[in-house]
Write a protein that binds this ligand. Structure first.
Ligand code: UDP
Ligand code: MG
Length: 308
């Protein structure tokens, strides 16, 4: 039986993996528990895979190409054997020293404990946008976390039953779990600046992150009832068109004669788009049925798995 599974996605981290592996081992050895370390090589183009092969007692999941951090984490979470799962970055920015504190917090009765990088060691510009993004996420998702971007987290294995990560959704694991009723906790953790290798994300992630936020909000509130969302939008448009038609009708009576102007056209357009939205809702309901009954399709492909 395994007590703790550590999941680490790596993409072009050749200089980091050996150091990180040693540090994680040192920390976990002090806990007197059975553990496994799972590295997911996310299609690295440098010598990361060769470096991983030099390590002892690790599981290496080797992707055929780069599928992204979320896909890599998903593959890791599906391979875990431990009762407790720890995820972290493979670039030495997270510090394994914090792992025992995260696990201790789990024991207080939490299901997920997320790291909070109180003193972030990233570029000024990244920190600035990240504070702004975290605030927005807190407000929109109504999740009381300070730091959404920290990969260092501890979970109970139950969290990953029927749990799929896609796209760049790894940033939203805690709210996704909170919707299912898992309890969230937070612990302050260390953060270091990157010594080796480069960050994989630029400013584009801000834009993508915002779209993901909207999607996650939609998914959290309406994933089981899309008709309510699209239906509401549809009926709002109907309502607006009724107001326009009444105004046009009164005007036609008073001035005698109906003129086809932009407002009347807008009214007609709103009836059409409103109807379309309601139909989207029906389609959504049909799709969601297929979604919940899907076969085990995956969004990535593993080349091989090495257990040493
Ligand atoms: N990563 C990955 N696949 C990717 C991008 C990143 O596995 O396509 C890994 C990367 O190697 C690192 C972690 O995800 O271990 C976080 O990436 P990075 O340090 O570039 O993100 P940042 O710290 O800049 O947010
Ligand atoms: Mg990093």
């Amino acid at each position: 039986m395994v007590d703790i599974s550590v999941v680490i996605p790596v993409y072009n981290e050749e200089k980091n993996v050996a150091i990180l592996h040693k540090k994680v081992k040192e920390v976990l050895d002090t806990l007197n528990k059975k553990y496994e370390i799972i590295f997911i090589n996310d299609g690295s183009k440098d010598r990361t895979y060769e470096e991983l092969l030099k390590l002892k007692k690790v599981k290496i999941i080797n992707f055929r190409k780069n599928f992204g951090q979320s896909a890599a984490m998903d593959a890791g979470f599906k391979a875990i054997k431990g009762e407790i799962v720890v995820s972290m970055d493979g670039d030495l920015q997270n510090d394994p020293v914090d792992i025992p504190r995260l696990i201790a917090k789990l024991d207080e009765g939490y299901d997920v404990v997320s790291g909070w990088r109180k003193r972030r060691k990233d570029s000024l510009q990244k920190n600035f946008f990240s504070i702004f993004a975290s605030r927005l996420r807190r407000k929109i998702l109504k999740t009381n976390l300070h730091d959404f971007g920290c990969s260092l987290k501890a979970y109970r294995k139950e969290c990953f039953k029927n749990f799929d990560l896609m796209g760049e959704m790894h940033r939203y694991i805690p709210p996704m779990l909170a919707w299912k009723g898992f309890r969230l906790g937070e612990v302050k953790v260390h953060h270091h600046s990157r010594k080796y290798g480069k960050t994989k994300y630029g400013l584009k992630r801000l834009f993508n992150g915002f779209l993901d936020l909207l999607y996650i909000k939609f998914w959290g509130s309406y994933s089981t009832r899309p008709l309510h969302f699209f239906g509401l939008l549809g009926f709002l448009q109907y309502g607006l068109s009724v107001v326009i038609f009444i105004e046009q009708f009164v005007k036609a009576l008073l001035i005698k004669g109906l003129t086809v102007g932009p407002l009347l056209l807008l009214g007609v357009l709103l009836v059409i788009t409103g109807t379309m939205f309601i139909i989207f809702g029906f389609l959504g309901e049909i799709l969601i049925r297929t979604y919940y009954s899907k076969a085990g399709e995956k969004a990535y492909s593993i080349k091989n798995i090495v257990i040493r």
